[in-house]
Design a protein around this ligand. Structure first.
Ligand SMILES: Cc1cc2nc3c(=O)[nH]c(=O)nc-3n(C[C@H](O)[C@H](O)[C@H](O)COP(=O)(O)O)c2cc1C
Length: 328
């Protein structure tokens, strides 16, 4: 998820529960090709060895870009490449990438073929939706499958629906059946909130795997069996996330990005409205941690921040170029 699942967030989640595969944030293929702007984008593709298997997600619209990008991703040691064919963001669509590829099936197929050639056997996954304006499972998913990616990840909504209606799991089941016939693995995505729900849906709708997006927000335990956590456990996790984020990125990333996490961790318990308001008013990570620490004191809980200094130090990031690692 863009602006969420960076190396720090993934490391943080993996300390609480483990999915079988993780995906990076997405990156423009073109940016990876141009030496001038390559470096800032590399921040999006840093990963540590303990995250494996890890798939890099990219978007693009030119087969030549996809080919070059696939070679680069292979050289950087990723375990797979994913092409985004579902993002509804206008800036992505304007480039002929993301969801707009559903309206240009020939190009979509050419991109898959170019990526496969560049990957030289490394797995290719394609993440897409059910259609553009309307559900077009038979034609659109048929188009993707004909180009034979290794994995189809299907978000069960159309581009038009954004995330505003419940995911159509019956259509995901149709896509999964088509994928099975085509010898392609199928991963279902949409509204999964727990491992148990994911396992049940996988069985019920016949998918080979489940992808969880928003379910990990406020719940880094989502990939484990028991996911109900107490208020101090959740707030301690938030303190850990803030500490890891600021310790790793320092000034390289705006701490304002943490505010979306304040909203989801500080919710649904007595006093959460006041604490959330206080956190939203903080100007940096230190103030946020101080606010949490005071709250722990008031409740007689032990604040865990010191413990996490060790965690910050041990966050690995082996695949960023040295020049960049020094800067962040
Ligand atoms: C903040 C945010 C950022 C996202 N960024 C991406 C992205 O970069 N690539 C992508 O394939 N999907 C992205 N998505 C979509 C999710 O991966 C997922 O398909 C969608 O949220 C439905 O699944 P869920 O109900 O498990 O969240 C994003 C979603 C959110 C909420």
């Amino acid at each position: 998820m863009a602006d969420v699942t960076d190396i720090v967030f993934r490391d943080f989640v993996l300390r609480h529960s483990r999915p079988d595969v993780v995906y990076t944030e997405f990156v423009a293929c073109k940016a990876l090709r141009s030496p001038k702007i390559q470096e800032p984008f590399m921040r999006l593709l840093g990963y540590s060895e303990r995250e494996r298997p890890i798939v890099a997600q990219v978007f693009g619209s030119e087969p030549a870009d996809l080919f070059a990008c696939a070679q680069q991703i292979r050289a950087w040691g990723f375990d797979g490449l994913d092409i985004n064919m579902g993002c509804p963001d206008r800036r992505v669509e304007k480039q002929g990438a993301g969801a707009s590829l559903m309206r240009d099936p020939q190009r979509a197929q050419a991109l898959i073929q170019a990526a496969k050639a560049g990957l030289e056997g490394l797995p290719l996954t394609v993440k897409t939706r059910l259609g553009y304006h309307t559900i077009e499972t038979a034609s659109w998913i048929g188009t993707v499958l004909a180009a034979q990616p290794d994995v189809l990840v299907i978000h069960g909504r159309t581009r038009q629906e954004l995330s505003e209606v419940p995911a159509h799991w019956d259509e995901i089941a149709r896509a999964a059946s088509m994928a099975r016939d085509a010898g392609v693995l199928c991963v279902g995505n949409g509204d999964i909130q727990s491992r148990e729900q994911g396992e049940e849906y996988a069985q019920r709708f016949g998918v080979d795997g489940i992808m969880i997006g928003r379910g990990v927000l406020g719940n880094p335990w989502v990939f484990a069996a028991r996911t109900k956590r107490s208020e101090p456990e959740k707030l301690a996790a938030l303190a850990q996330l803030i500490t890891q984020f600021s310790g790793f990125w320092k000034a390289a990333k705006n701490a304002g990005l943490l505010k979306k996490h304040f909203k989801v961790y500080v919710d649904g318990f007595p006093g959460s409205t006041t604490l959330r308001r206080e956190l939203m008013a903080t100007r940096n990570s230190t103030e946020a941690l101080e606010t949490l620490s005071r709250y722990f004191d008031r409740n007689g809980w032990i604040f865990p921040a010191m413990v996490y200094e060790q965690i910050v130090l041990s966050t690995g990031c082996s695949r960023l170029p040295d020049s960049l690692t020094e800067r962040v």
